[in-house]
Design a protein around this ligand. Sequence first.
Ligand code: SAM
Length: 279
Amino acid sequence: MSAIDGLPPLREVIATHELSAKKSLGQNFLLDLNLTAKIARAAGDLGGADVLEIGPGPGGLTRGLLSEGARRVLAVEKDARCLPALDEISATYPGRLEVINADALALDPLAHLTPPIKVVANLPYNVGTELLVRWLTPPAWPPFWDSLTLMFQREVAERIVAAPGSKAYGRLAVLAQWRCEARIAMRLPPEAFTPPPKVASAVVHLTALPAPRYPADPAVLERVVAAAFGQRRKMLRASLKGLAPDIESVLQDAGIAPTDRAEQVPVEGFCTLTRALAP
Ligand code: SAM
């Protein structure tokens, strides 16, 4: 059966262009175009948006984004072997797909995009986490993107959306939830990928809030959260003692029990504490 876009099935694309998956590039491909269209839909209405896709590989998700109506897609791929397959997609969607052969960690994509911008990616997990932290901690807020729809190892996805009081709650949850609405949009078993990775995955959808939920200096907040969760088993009066000589009274003034542990403090509490330390 031919695909909705008239392009060959992805297994054929991979065979034609000899795209055997490289472990070093974290290549676990999505070959089911119904699934990639579903991930594209999880990013919301794409019609009026430019999409930044990192790591298109043979182009399964790229095809999903274009068939779901993305205004334009900028696809950044490190592996030059994928370019001929991506060129075929560009030819099917004239003027809507630009491909850049680059390391996403070294590229400033902004020159190529017009807001509103949505970021969508199925990336190697280490690169994904590094980019996520970068996208969540820009010099100014709101950021260049309206939403991020990203595939992660399921355990990392759980950490991004975790609520206080849970084991998964930590630095990533506070960073993400301070300035975004974050939720898991989809869970995928290893068999959804070719080759299957060792662990399950999930797609996280983050929407940038126009302003952070609570006022706080971002650099100080990051220091507080890093110190608190760096020693998450300790009481806050111990883990944070390097931040102020009278940390017990600062905590009390912020309405936080000095005997609490980091995972008990909601995002609002970390922001109140940050303001108490750096008024
Ligand atoms: N999006 C495709 C899919 O869903 O089938 C491929 C996903 S595969 C998990 C990750 C892709 O990211 C690979 O194509 C890999 O070559 C690419 N990649 C890995 N590191 C990258 C980097 N630093 N910059 C850009 N692309 C990268």
